[in-house]
Every structure is written in C-alpha cells, then in structure tokens.
Design a protein around this ligand. Sequence first.
Ligand code: IPM
Ligand code: MN
Length: 365
Amino acid sequence: MEKSFNIAILPGDGIGPEVMAEACKVLEILNKKFNLKIHTEEFDIGGIAIDKFGAPLPKRTLDGCIKSDAILFGSIGGEKWACLPHDKQPERGALLPLRRFFNLFVNIRPIKLNRALKQLSPLRKEIVENGFDILCIRELIGGIYFGLPKGRNTIDKENISAFDTEIYSTKEIERIANIAFKLSLKRKKKVFSIDKANVLESSVLWREVVTKVSKKYPSVELHHLYVDNAAMQIIKNPNYFDVVLCSNLFGDILSDECAILTGSVGMLPSASLNDHSFGLFEPAGGSAPSLRDKNLANPIAQILSLSLLFEYSLGKHKIAQYIESSVLRTLKKGYRTLDISDGKNYITTDQMGTKIAETLIEIIQ
Ligand code: IPM
Ligand code: MN
C-alpha cells in the first residue's frame, strides 16, 4: 500500500502565494493520478505571520513543519517589514532559523538550460549552443551567515564598525563535500570546488579538506577555482561546469549568477536537506514584491521545487521527472511568463500553471 506523506505548505509573502497555488495544482493532479496519499497543510510564515501573530516563525508553523515529511516553501520578505530589527525580519527571523533548526546543511540548486531554449539566455547563442547543466551544491548552515562573533563595535562617536565571521570546521566541509562527490557520480563526474584560498584562511582549510575527501572518489575529477575566476568562467563557458561545490556565501552569489544565465531567476528551484532526507524546497529567486498580486510572476521555480521534493524527500524519481518534463515541454511549446518573454507576448502566472498542468496530464496518460 502507498505510504502516506504530510507536506507543510508555507506560501509566505510577495509572489509566494500566487506561485504556490500553481505548484499545488500540479501536486493535486499527481496525488489523484497516482493515489499518492499526500496530505498538505498550510501555515503562515514571514511577513504575513508577523502581521497575524507578531512573529515571522510562529510556534504553530514550526510544529506543523516538525510533523511533516517535507516543507514546500514560497518566499518571504518585503518593504513592509524591512524596518523591523534584523532578527525580527522575515529572512533572519524565519528562513535562516528554519534551515538551522532542521539542520539543512546542504542546498542543491540544479541550473539547466536546454539547448532548445537557448534564446532565453542573456548569453550569446554560440556560448549556449549546447545548453548547460550545472548542479550547485551550497553549504547552507555555516560560514559567514551563521559564524560568531557577528555584531558592531563603537569606535568613537561618529564611527562604528560591523563584523561577521567566516568560519568552517573540517567536519562541516567534509559532509558537504561528500554530498557533492556522491551526486557527481551520477553525472559527468566533475566537481568544481570554489574558494578564495589565495586570501582567506577558511578557504585554505576548505581546499585541503575537499582534496582529502576527493581521494575517496578516484573516478571524479576535482578542480579548485577561486570564486572571482569562477564567476568569470561560468559566463564564458557554462557548459564546462558540472557539480559546483560552494560555501554558503559563494553559493548564494554564484547560484544567482547561474540562474540568470537560464533566462530568469524565476526558474531556479532549490532543495535544502539534512542527513535524513528531510527537506525544505523553495524557489531561490525571492519574494519579488513588485510583482505581487499582479498574476505576472513565473511559477516555474516553485513547480520545479515540488519536483525536487519528490526526488529528494519522497524518493519518487519518476514523478520528479514527470514534473520536470512537463515544464520543459510547456516552454518548448512557446509559452512564456513576462520575465522570459519579449515584453509583449506572455501569459499570466495561473495560465502558465494551467499549461504545465495540462502538459503533465498529457505526459502521464
Ligand atoms: C537564497 C536567499 C536567502 C539566502 C536569503 C533570503 C536569506 O537569497 O536562498 O539564496 O541568502 O540564503
Ligand atoms: Mn540568494
């Protein structure tokens, strides 16, 4: 008998609720067709939770996540809450604590451009002739985002300083490196480890540990790249890359760079996992407040995040594949949301969701 699953749905702020509705459309179709016994429950998070309950991560929401098998997350944040103290803001008061609470140390961001969609890329046609397929593995609960001490010092009446700490231990580097090497075995068997070892002590350790871990994977080719050089090489030849292994900060920056090379950050999904395959799945592009309630946002990152949820938390590879294929096929049919359109011919958020859902039905029939 089919095992049942609970998924906590956290739409959040900005475009979150609109794109989440489209992912839920897709989920409903799959649930019915394959009799999946997936139960969903919605919880407030971020700015909307501040407005309703006075806290960005209310207890009810955290409890709902604890009881679930996976979290499907929309996006949080916006102007309205930007004036609050930092630790009360949606990002630092809800998303980062959730990542930390569930020990979601690995963040997986598949960044693919199919050759048939090369016209979407801002890069010249000859550079993306064959498309590209990069898997960004970002360490998610260490480094400068969480490193202590962080804070401010008063130097004198008119001058203060502020500081953060970039810190990594051998164990933290080993566990993320192992994930990157294991995933590369199912791909082109190349790992590109990103650091700044010509300047930073933490990067010198990063490079040493990654090199040591690589000995366990003799069939995988390891390349070390300084982050500044990597940013440049990715633009010059994205197809050269395969698995890109990064610290928290470098992964945040490089994954956005890679995303835009596919045409829009609105198409970049992400999976944040702990070592029991529990995960939080979210679009990497943010809440895009300027698009809110306009029915113009691209729901693809959210729908592909659902695909990653099936892949990594529920272990249902085939279903993950169906979702990915329906997104690709819908794009190949020529349907575009505003962000990837010529500015004149585009469809709305819910029309795109419906097109993908219809294509999914075609595929699974
Ligand atoms: C991301 C986002 C977050 C991050 C922010 C919202 C805290 O930019 O998931 O990439 O930096 O991790
Ligand atoms: Mn980011």
